[in-house]
Design a protein around this ligand. Structure first.
Ligand code: FES
Length: 122
């Protein structure tokens, strides 16, 4: 079935995907929000592999694996982890000291697939 073109340039099919008129800025914010809700990145740490949703603190996925943390807000450095490959984005500025290649999972989120250094248990 051919889509129906609406006045804002969107497409409606069966009436379920029709987007009402929104100012461009509001529509762009919605698209950005949708992007973060759907993007998942593969994270590998030793023998563990999991998918992590972009926009959520990385620690949320590491805690069930036994990753140690204290403040959960970037101050203490207890969650410090060595990043072998990949990129992260900080959700809040980290206050604890980190060396090159180290990240604070409590306040960052992956923006690509990640490989983390194995823990002592691996
Ligand atoms: S738990 Fe304190 S810096 Fe991450």
């Amino acid at each position: 079935m051919a889509g129906v073109r609406c006045s804002t340039g969107g497409t409606a099919r069966g009436g379920s995907q029709f987007l009402p008129h929104q100012p461009d800025r509001q529509r762009d914010q919605q698209r950005r929000s949708d992007r973060f809700q759907t993007l998942k990145h593969r994270v590998t740490q030793g023998h563990d592999h999991f998918d992590h949703q972009e926009g959520e603190p990385l620690l949320a996925s590491l805690t069930p694996l036994g990753h140690y943390s204290e403040c959960r807000s970037g101050y203490c450095g207890a969650c410090k982890t060595k990043l072998i490959s990949g990129e992260v984005r900080y959700l809040t500025p980290p206050m604890a000291y980190t060396r090159s290649g180290e990240i604070l999972p409590c306040c960052c989120t992956p923006i690509s697939d990640l490989e983390l250094a194995p823990t002592a248990q691996d």
